[in-house]
Design a protein around this ligand. Structure first.
Ligand SMILES: *[C@@H]1O[C@H](CO)[C@@H](O)[C@H](O)[C@H]1NC(C)=O
Ligand SMILES: *[C@@H]1O[C@H](CO)[C@@H](O)[C@H](O)[C@H]1NC(C)=O
Length: 482
């Protein structure tokens, strides 16, 4: 702290005087070294800046600053400093080696080679230079095949080849860009994005890189991320021919998405959510992964308005693009709202196949199965149209009346008859339970004695036989009532 104060005060003095004393420069160099040792690179850099300004003819100071730049990953500035070093001191081998190595990492083979050869002309046995030249020629060899591979559209081989070269030339923006393109040809957008992102860092004014990065992120449906990167392009060039129109388009989509999400999650304004999602689909007729989100919102928002037909339809549209477990559960809920229990159960099981421990799907499955059971369970009193305290006599009377009315023989073949058969079976089951004291007591306690799930399957229970015990043969039945 104390030292800093002195530095600042001295700085002011020098500004006034217009020159810097050697003492002051030494101080900066000392601080620079200290910060460097502590790994505080930015602080070290500030002091080396000051030292360079104080004495622009000292090659060692440039060399030190160049080393810090290199540690910060700023190869461009490191190279400028090393150029200066070699301008001031042509035979400073460490700088020449370092410059050669940077150039090699950038895949600038010819320039790098000159530096290494220069070192060898002074020190023919310099191990570092010999080793570097060896690696250089191997990378250069590998490089020769790339164009042929690209020409043959063999992008898997391009990726492999470039990956090898990048071990020697990790700072080559061109190689990373080409690998990104090849990944994209292979449909691997995640890897393509990772490579193109690194080119935006390797090249400081890479508007093209930001444009590609943004369009690829958008293709993946990552609209927010895409917007962020296209803004980086516009920071470098506000009127960029491709970046600006793309920015305008995705900013609009992004706004619709945000508003639809708010309508869905916060205000529960499902009609707005539907409207906004439809606008996204209108603005974006091509990119499936962007449409996916709109269809997903429609799936949820139509469920919110109880428009189950449209909910199910949009859930399916989204599922055709991506089978995400959360979406599958939303689809299950749409089916549940439509009381389509089999479909709901199937969807929850689908989600659990992808994510076996998904709580939402587990609970949903349980709920759907319960509701299905409830919907299937029969209220025997209702079926016969008697009150819950009806006597056995009343029950038998009601049964006879209903059974006559719904006997399948009274109906024509087809839907009508099928419905009657089902009714008839229910009516017989109701009589079976409500005329048996034990079964009736069970039913009154909320249990269905005929429920196959409860382990007492209606074995031997034949509704027609039951009926005929009361009425004799079908022939007699007809005779009796006609
Ligand atoms: C469901 O939504 C569609 C589209 O908005 C509409 O045409 C249809 O009438 C709606 N159905 C119901 C049952 O509300
Ligand atoms: C059954 O209970 C209702 C009231 O819950 C009563 O009004 C009715 O008289 C009762 N019927 C018989 C048969 O006990």
């Amino acid at each position: 702290m104390h030292g800093f104060l002195i530095v600042v005060l001295l700085d002011l003095t020098f500004d006034l005087v217009g020159s810097v004393s050697q003492l002051e420069i030494d101080k900066h160099l000392e601080y620079g070294r200290e910060f460097l040792a502590k790994g505080q690179l930015q602080d070290a850099l500030s002091h080396y800046h000051a030292a360079v300004e104080g004495d622009p003819t000292n090659y060692l100071t440039y060399y030190k600053r160049g080393t810090v730049y290199l540690a910060l990953g700023k190869a461009k500035f490191a190279l400028l400093d090393l150029n200066k070093v070699l301008e001031l001191k042509v035979d400073f081998t460490p700088a020449r080696l370092q410059r050669g190595n940077i150039l090699l990492k950038q895949a600038h083979f010819n320039e790098a080679e000159i530096d290494f050869q220069d070192v060898l002309s002074v020190e023919p046995n310099n191990k570092d230079a010999l080793y570097a030249l060896d690696r250089l020629s191997s990378a250069r060899e590998d490089m020769k095949f790339i164009n042929t591979l690209i020409y043959n559209d063999d992008h898997a081989a391009v990726v492999q080849q470039i990956t090898r070269i990048l071990e020697i030339c990790p700072w080559s923006s061109d190689l990373r860009e080409q690998r990104a393109e090849s990944h994209r040809h292979l449909g691997d957008y995640m890897s393509a994005i990772s490579d193109i992102r690194s080119t935006t860092k390797l090249l400081s004014d890479n508007t093209e890189g930001f444009f590609k990065l943004s369009t690829w992120l958008y293709r993946l449906g990552q609209v927010e991320e895409a917007l962020k990167e296209i803004r980086e392009c516009l920071k470098l060039d506000p009127d960029h021919k491709e970046c600006f129109p793309f920015y305008k388009k995705i900013r609009k989509i992004h706004k619709f998405l945000q508003d639809a999400r708010t309508a869905l999650e916060n205000t529960k304004d499902y009609n707005s959510c539907i409207d906004l999602s439809n606008r996204i689909l209108k603005e974006e007729p091509y990119e499936k992964n962007v449409q996916f989100t709109a269809f997903h919102y429609l799936c949820k928002c139509y469920t919110g308005t109880s428009n189950t037909t449209y909910a199910i339809r949009n859930c399916q549209e989204a599922l055709e693009i991506k089978k995400e477990p959360d979406l599958i559960c939303d689809s299950a809920e749409a089916y549940l709202a439509a009381e389509m229990f089999d479909d709901a159960i199937r969807e929850y099981k689908n989600a659990l196949e992808i994510e076996p421990n998904m709580q939402r799907a587990k609970q949903g499955l349980q709920k759907a199965q319960q509701r299905q059971k409830m919907s299937e369970s029969r209220d025997y009193y209702k079926i016969l149209g008697v009150s819950r305290n009806a006597s056995k006599r009343d029950i038998i009377k009601a049964y006879r009346k209903q059974a006559q009315k719904w006997h399948p023989d009274n109906f024509q073949e087809g839907e009508e008859k099928k419905r009657a058969q089902k009714k008839f079976i229910d009516i017989a089951a109701a009589k079976e339970v409500l005329t048996d004291d034990e079964k009736r007591a069970k039913f009154d306690q909320g249990e269905d004695p005929l429920d196959p799930e409860s382990g007492r399957h209606q074995q031997g229970f034949n509704p027609f036989q039951e009926f005929h015990q009361f009425h004799g043969s079908p022939f007699q039945f007809k005779f009796h009532f006609n």
